[in-house]
Design a protein around this ligand. Sequence first.
Ligand code: FAD
Length: 529
Amino acid sequence: MSQHPIIAIVGSGPIGSAYARLLVEEVPDARVVMFEAGPQVTPVPGASVRNIIDPDEKERAREMSQGPQAGALRESLGIPAGVVVEGMFTARQGTHLIDFGGEGSGHAPTFAAAAASTNVGGMGAHWTCATPSPSFSEKIPFIPDDEWDELLETAKSLLHVQDAAFADSAVGEGIRALLAEEFAGELPDGYGVSTLPVAGDPQPDGSMRWAGADVVLGPLVDPSSPLSERFELHDLSLVRRVEVADGRATGVTVQDLRTHETRFVPADVVVVAADAFRTPQLLWASGIRPRALGHYLTEHPVVITTVAVDADKIGRFATEEDLDAEIARRSVNPADPVAAVNRIPFSEPGHPFSLQVMYAENPPFQLDPSHPASGNRWGYVNMGYGMRKRPRFEDGVTFDDAEPDYRGFPNMTIQYELTDAENAESAAATERLRRAGGAIGTFIAEPRLLPNGSSLHYMGTTRIGESDDGTSVADPWSRVWGVGSLFVGGNGVIPTANTMNPTLMSIAVAVRGARKAAAELAQLATAAR
Ligand code: FAD
């Protein structure tokens, strides 16, 4: 080991950033070198694009994150723009589809909405910032409860989580009261209707500065902090291989996408946090191929609807003056007019779903101006139930060495199927969504199950497990089975059937992994002395 250990991190999303932060803080002489395939799109690396006020600048930052579908960026790198086929699924802003339909596109006919972001900060520059914690069987059974609680607390502080965001909104409180009435007596204590935790920093004017990888990196991207001297972030740098010798990761081979030059970067620890599809792809391309790699793919299926808030219903709990105050608050930040976020968390056995309820000024689609609910003064609620998907070996991503994708990696094919177990819960969740929506207002969109891949929360493809029995890729500390010094991070590590937004949970798992990596480096340093 070198005198100053080097840690190479692949991917600059919230999870790679959590590894970077902890390893710089916990290993006094370590240098962390982070490689990101996409460009930096905000002045502070990894900041949330939602905080950009200017609509054109925001649009540009999103387009720059859209990899093969981002014409201007790709053209500037001398790569022909991807072909977008009319009638195909389109990706959420800031993301690009895995199966985008052009040359070198992945194949995902049964998981068609699968998407990724390619930019500094990853999807964490575009996310909604909902940060609930897992409960009951969503939790990882082999991590002890007291350790888990501490890991979650650390993860919350890394992400600046607010448990009671917008709790002072009277309209938000009214929505909670209506839902609590509807589901009275059906939910266990402590798992009833509440505010949805979100990641961000409340501002004095009542708006929120949303968190991205920037807040996770914290002092590492603050030039006035001495810690920043031991951190390097290289954007437009595509890691092509993790190199392995004598059963240990020895570093990474990186291609600079500006110059197209390729170099080897030695490292004492390698962390791959390149999302739930590209992490297993990179391991596969590097010849690291545990049986479970890419398999056991899950997401939480989502059934959603939109209702116009009914003045008579909400009027029992909130006044016209409350609504005026709400409208005044939203107008402070017209670029991101979120006001109140509520939820009902997962609980067992009676409520194996997570309900997310976002109060908004406008529906998320163009409502016909002649519709009776158009221009509804009390606003709208977008709501959706996340449901379980049982992990199965046959759901997953496989790689074809004979067919290069647009980046020259073994191409991906995703296979995925909802079974009777999921279909039954989907029907039950739809029924509940009708009750929840009806309690608040008038439906302006029928409850509907979104296409597979729509959640953007892809889990299981590099799952952690208790033993190397072929059903997991890494051990309980995220160390890849059979390859020393190699850690995997991201939602892919989650082995359970999870119904909620997974980023906080993946950061908690990353904190555990980073502490193990720090302990291993300390041991190696002692041995070397
Ligand atoms: P990512 O953020 O995806 O980052 C991975 C990075 O690795 C990417 O930037 C990619 O370019 C890079 N990379 C890939 N391959 C390579 C390579 N070979 N070399 C170098 N770099 C590479 N989650 C929640 O929990 N709550 C939410 O409310 C929520 N809302 C969301 C809303 C939207 C619109 C989107 C897009 C996502 C949302 N998510 C949400 C998901 C959340 O953003 C992700 O869970 C989180 O970003 C995962 O972090 P990560 O670091 O594992 O991966």
